[in-house]
Design a protein around this ligand. Structure first.
Ligand code: PLP
Length: 454
């Protein structure tokens, strides 16, 4: 197969085992390479029985060291796709010009911050730049704690917000950490997962989640534990790409504000156009958060995250200390951030998320009519979830089947991954440049696996 990444002019090869280290370095290169491969294998084996080693990529395609080309259907870090020439060129140019810590107001950093602030709804106009999603949600929580002088936080069950201390504390997903609930600190209060498909309240009954959540927040305040804030994804990504019940965020945000807390939107996955508009998760719920966390797509794989809040909240946070991150929002990552914003505009990525997403969802729904293992197709835009159940009446999760289907898809050249607390949902999140042909290829391969067995 032709290498679609060929001709990109980028050197992506790692040192071969046994190759000497660069002059002046005393490392044993072979030992370093072996350690790297072991760590890589451990991560991969978490997901796949026979993981490929990926060497390079081009748009929604990845190329393995074995020369095979894979379709990357689960990658929300690269909306522009892999090997984007402008991104590579612009970051390289900035690295040659200036890349340093964030101590001064470098042109690119200021310009990117202004452009990011302009994307957020009024009155959110103040930006703190960091390196990752975990740092963004962690900082958002610290901002809420400092601005309110409180330490309790409210989050949702089945949520993932990151691995750093505060972001991990509010992460309740047992898929990512089987001990998440047992080890949650006492300042974290988790609300019932508002999942209209398999939660306590189903379908039309799901409207009951919001009043129950609001009641719980008021009860916490009455008990002297008024929360600093409520943090949630505005689209239930880690539960399987499930939209929140209508009106849920409006009622919960109102309750948390009524007791003096802040509403934090974790837009690390759902934001930045994956749902078809910049922040469609909270926009479609008709609310404006007090603090927004973004990352992943923001740098298209170059480390970049941000917290966006109001000037007034930022000022209250700054009274507690001075925010400084050595590499957060460096000149190079800011240039990456601006190139991503340009590409969203020039390549009409949000339109593709909406159009190809609707097309893909339609095809998956048609598949569900023929394959009873598909219990539901969730989601919106290019953030879809295919939920597998053994029985559509009891919704018994088809966990082992989902893992086997992902492994089988891999042998057919499709990279896919399970999600959800039961690991029974295919997480369909391709780069936003994905073509209809690639979407068709994915559905055809899934159809084949479901028809032939896995
Ligand atoms: N928030 C959400 C909703 C996420 O899905 C993730 C990562 O998967 C994070 C935060 C943490 O982001 P990162 O892995 O960049 O630290």
């Amino acid at each position: 197969t032709a290498d679609p990444a060929a001709g990109m002019g980028l050197e992506t090869r790692q040192a071969e085992p046994g190759a000497p280290g660069p002059a002046g370095f005393e490392h044993d290169a072979a030992a370093l390479v072996e350690r790297r491969d072991r760590a890589f294998a451990e991560v991969q084996e978490h997901y796949y029985a026979a993981p490929p080693r990926i060497e390079r990529g081009w748009r929604e395609h990845l190329v393995g060291t074995d020369g095979r080309v894979y379709l990357d259907m689960v990658n929300n870090v690269t909306p522009l796709g892999h090997g984007h020439p402008k991104l590579a060129a612009n970051v390289a140019k900035q690295l040659r010009t200036l890349n340093t810590n964030s101590r001064f107001n470098y042109g690119a950093v200021v310009e990117f911050s202004e452009r990011l602030a302009a994307l957020a709804p009024e009155p959110l106009d103040t930006v703190f730049l960091v390196n990752s999603g975990s740092e963004a949600t962690d900082l958002a929580i610290r901002v809420a704690m400092a601005a309110t002088g409180r330490r309790d936080m409210v989050s949702l069950l089945e949520a993932y917000h990151g691995w750093t201390y505060a972001s991990d504390a509010v992460s309740t997903s047992t898929a990512d950490n089987p001990n998440a609930l047992a080890t949650r600190p006492d300042w974290v209060h988790a609300l019932d997962a508002p999942n209209p498909f398999r939660g306590r309240h189903r379908g039309a009954e799901a409207a009951r989640y919001a009043p129950e959540a609001a009641e719980r927040i008021r009860a916490l305040a009455a008990d002297g534990r008024a929360p600093a804030g409520f943090i949630a994804e505005t689209f239930y990504g880690n539960a399987g790409g499930i939209p929140l019940p209508d009106g849920y965020l409006a009622e919960v945000y109102a309750a948390v504000r009524e007791v003096g807390g802040l509403a934090i939107a974790d837009e690390v996955q759902a934001g930045y156009g994956r749902l078809g508009r910049w922040f469609w998760g909270f926009q479609q719920q008709g609310v404006v958060p007090d603090v927004i966390a973004v990352a992943k797509a923001a740098g298209n794989g170059y480390p970049l995250g941000a917290v966006i809040t109001t000037r007034e909240i930022a000022a209250r946070y700054r009274t507690q200390g001075y925010f400084f991150s050595s590499t957060g929002g460096s000149p190079a990552s800011s240039v990456a951030g601006m190139t991503v914003l340009d590409a969203f505009r020039d390549e009409r990525l949000q339109e593709n998320a909406a159009d190809t997403g609707a097309y893909l969802k339609g095809r998956l729904e048609a598949l569900a009519e023929r394959h009873p293992l598909i219990g539901a197709v969730h989601g919106l835009g290019l953030y879809l979830g295919v939920e597998f159940v053994r029985d559509r009446a009891t919704l018994e999760p088809a966990t082992e089947e989902t893992a086997a289907i992902c492994d089988r898809l891999l042998t057919l050249g499709v990279i896919m991954q399970p999600t959800g607390d039961f690991q029974n949902v295919l997480k369909v999140k391709p780069p936003l440049v994905v073509s209809r042909e690639s979407a068709d290829f994915f559905v055809d391969m899934l159809d084949r696996v479901l028809a032939e067995g896995w």
